[in-house]
Design a protein around this ligand. Structure first.
Ligand code: FAD
Length: 391
């Protein structure tokens, strides 16, 4: 008997995809362009997604969500990106929520998840990176010192996206200095910070303007008091607690890359069929059509890898290598497609009104964040292929 293998990974959750496409049609290119120009947060878009329940697809039904697996979140984000929009304004809710869900106490989950599912609370900020600790997370120095039933937090974070648009932040900090911990990856803890209380009371948020509209910020902690009741999981085990969330993050962002690649391939194909040069469509030239075809091949291969990694994650299987590999191939596929699409459009690709230069800038991020290509290659070399460690 033949096994029913889906022909395309994007045949998962067709109803969700269709509904997301309809919603995104209400937020076309001019909407995103205007926000990009002013570096403004897409409040109406995030509100619409929340009201339609798309940001809570991964929250269990018991807490008011849809209780679907990671592939449902991937389908939502892929369709947003394929439509020309950007999920960066709100995608974090899908993976930061997982840290609370898997490691939070019953009381913490009850207090937080139903309100996140309903949209009453936004859990959009994930505070890990610091000016001197990006790739090497164990070097973070933001420190939470215990003082009775509070932690007193001091330090600095950088590139913390959406901090100004979030009610809660999942914050990773040290509770034991690195040189006193049993291992560098130990002695870190996760705190759930209530941003509404923290802002101006020990937390200062400063926006950082970047080449894409990503609402990213720098955070300064000066004696910020966080109740011990907001510790997620066990003190000292924070790094382990966020690892699952990081795998989810990589898979979801890989899905965004697949959506971007499809956007570029759709646009390039349409333009190459239409644009007449030397009295014929440019798409008749193999030098124009082959890069489009190659982009499609690379995107399709990457989409299968993303679906595979999501399947492992949903089954509760270890998937660190697969999540990383999915992010690597998907981010390279979207970048190749972006470059191809710009080239196919000639000068018009540089014009703001085509949305290609904006998407080109947006998709470039994914080879650096949330983890850079080199670090993925290093992980595969040493953890999968058993090559000697270089650091
Ligand atoms: C727009 C934006 C949004 C972000 N949002 C968030 C967020 O919400 N929350 C958060 O916590 N972080 C966020 N980040 C941070 C992001 O995760 C980091 O930028 C990323 O992890 C890389 O860290 P770094 O910038 O410090 O680079 P570095 O660690 O300084 O690395 C610089 C370069 O050196 C390479 N490199 C380093 N060591 C090695 C090695 N041993 N071998 C080979 N190559 C190496 C890296 O691959 C990289 O290309 C964001 C970043 C950006 C730009």
């Amino acid at each position: 008997m033949r096994c029913p293998v889906p022909r395309e990974p994007d045949q998962t959750y067709p109803e969700i995809r269709e509904a997301v496409r309809k919603l995104c049609a209400r937020f076309p290119g001019p909407y995103w362009r205007a926000l990009d120009r002013e570096r403004t947060y897409p409040t109406e878009f995030v509100q619409a997604l929340t009201e339609a329940g798309f940001l809570s697809v991964l929250i269990p039904e018991a807490y008011g969500g849809s209780g679907l697996g990671l592939a449902a979140g991937a389908a939502v984000l892929e369709e947003i990106h394929r439509s020309g929009g950007h999920g960066g304004a709100c995608h974090a809710q899908m993976y930061t929520m997982g840290v609370v869900l898997r490691h939070g106490s019953p009381a913490q989950k009850q207090a937080c998840l139903p309100k996140v599912a309903s949209g009453e609370l936004r859990l959009q900020a994930f505070g890990v990176t610091e000016p001197d600790a990006g790739t090497d997370t164990t070097r973070i120095t933001t420190f939470a010192r215990r003082d009775g039933d509070h932690y007193i937090v001091n330090g600095k974070k950088l590139w913390i996206s959406r901090a100004e648009h979030s009610d809660l932040m999942v914050l990773l900090c040290r509770t034991t200095p690195r040189d006193q911990a049993a291992k560098p990856s130990e002695g870190m803890s996760v705190l759930l910070v209530d941003m509404r209380e923290a802002m101006g009371n020990g937390l200062t948020v400063r926006p950082v303007r970047t080449m894409l509209n990503h609402a990213t910020t720098e955070l300064f902690f000066e004696d910020l008091r966080v109740p011990v009741a907001n510790l997620i999981g066990r003190e000292g085990d924070g790094f382990r607690h966020i690892l699952d969330g990081m795998n989810a993050e990589r898979i979801l962002i890989a899905a965004e890359c697949i959506g971007d690649a499809k956007f570029f391939i759709d646009r390039a194909s349409a333009y190459a069929r239409d644009r007449q040069v030397f009295g014929r469509p440019i798409g008749e030239n193999q030098a124009v059509q082959f890069p489009i075809a190659r982009a499609h091949v690379q995107m399709t291969a990457a989409a299968h890898m993303v679906a595979h990694a999501a399947g492992l994650f949903e089954a509760g299987e270890p998937c660190g290598a697969e999540a990383n590999m999915a992010k690597l191939v998907a981010s390279e596929a979207s970048w190749f497609a972006a470059d191809m699409c710009l080239q196919t459009h000639g000068g018009f690709g540089f014009a703001e009104e085509y949305d290609i230069e904006r998407k080109f800038r947006e998709t470039r991020l994914y080879q650096v964040a949330p983890i850079s290509t080199n670090l993925i290659l290093s992980h595969v070399a040493t953890h999968v292929l058993d090559l000697p460690k270089s650091f």
